[in-house]
Design a protein around this ligand. Structure first.
Ligand code: AMP
Ligand code: MN
Ligand code: MN
Ligand code: MN
Length: 293
């Protein structure tokens, strides 16, 4: 990214301890405020449980809180895709019930991950990972990663590829939500569905376009163009795809931990490329929508 460009006070993707973030909702919002952020969507994995607390504290800090969630989806038999729901209503019972079902797999998978690590000579991983977890249904590979790093089993930048990525000792396959179900839960609760960090899946162009086509058929409308997972050239590439496929453009830091690399300023992002059609009006965000870069 061209670091001479000023960031804007919008962040539509971040995590708290309600999923695999390292900081409480209050801490995350305090960071946003300290960074001079303004519009913030809390998008915890497979849960909206942090939003009630976030709404109260955001009001106190005079931040504009957008209801969000990041849903784990299994697409095309075995590809893990994350779908963001932005502007969702956390009191929508259909959304809450379906997310709860999805989260019920997390603890069971965690037991299997720990058993596999134990066989590989790493004891007590379940208890170790649970220490970082606010609710046991939130148990994530990120919590196992922290346990492994803090106990000296791997370096932070290598822990996933060493233990937790597909095919590694601590990997347990999991079937998540159907793409069509995730999009319909989001839409039925008043939200806009957005494909998160598309460049991270390392799909071929043909496969990415097929994902987008399936997503649009289900009623999906947006794609994340600016993401801390994307290089500058990936941002431009996804911006062009968003334009060609007529998708709304979104942006987010995907903040998890103040100590993570690359460093991100939660609450702030680089502006969208001018060819993009920003998602802002759909979320009630009033900003100069087109910033030429
Ligand atoms: P889970 O939903 O429990 O399978 O965990 C997925 C989470 O792990 C993602 O949301 C990321 O926060 C994190 N993650 C996945 N792959 C990596 C990776 N290669 N490096 C760092 N974090 C990762
Ligand atoms: Mn995560
Ligand atoms: Mn994600
Ligand atoms: Mn995320």
């Amino acid at each position: 990214m061209d670091t001479k460009i000023n960031k804007i006070p919008v962040d539509l993707h971040c995590h708290s301890t309600y999923s695999d973030g390292a900081h409480s909702v209050k801490e995350v919002l305090d960071f946003v405020k300290a960074n001079n952020g303004k519009h913030i969507a809390l998008t915890d994995h497979d849960t909206v449980n942090g939003l009630a607390e976030a709404r109260i504290y955001a009001k106190e800090l005079e931040l504009k809180l957008i209801g969000g969630v990041e849903i784990s989806v299994t697409w095309d038999k075995n590809v893990l895709i994350h779908i963001l729901g932005l502007g969702v209503d956390e009191n929508n019972q259909n959304l809450v019930t379906n997310l709860q079902k999805l989260r019920s797999f997390r603890y069971l998978r965690g037991e299997k991950i720990a058993a596999q690590l134990e066989k590989a000579g790493i004891p007590n991983a379940l208890e170790g990972a649970l220490k970082y977890c606010q609710e046991k249904e939130a148990l994530s590979r990120t919590h196992f990663a922290r346990f492994l790093v803090e106990n000296g089993y791997a370096k932070a930048n290598r822990v996933f590829e060493k233990y937790l990525a597909i095919g590694r000792t601590g990997y347990v396959p999991q079937v998540w939500a159907e793409l069509s179900d995730a999009v319909s839960w989001i839409k039925n609760s008043g939200g806009v569905a957005v494909i998160a960090h598309p460049a991270r899946y390392k799909l071929t162009r043909t496969k990415l376009l097929r994902l987008i086509s399936d997503f649009k058929t289900c009623g999906g409308e947006g794609i994340e163009v600016i993401s801390s997972s994307h290089s500058e050239s990936e941002c431009m590439d996804i911006a062009r795809i968003a334009q060609e496929c007529n998708l709304l453009a979104s942006m987010g830091t995907d903040f998890h931990n103040i100590n993570n690399y690359p460093k991100v300023n939660v609450g702030l992002n680089y502006p969208l490329p001018a060819i993009c059609n920003p998602i802002y009006p759909r979320l009630g965000i009033e900003l100069p929508c087109q910033i030429t870069i």
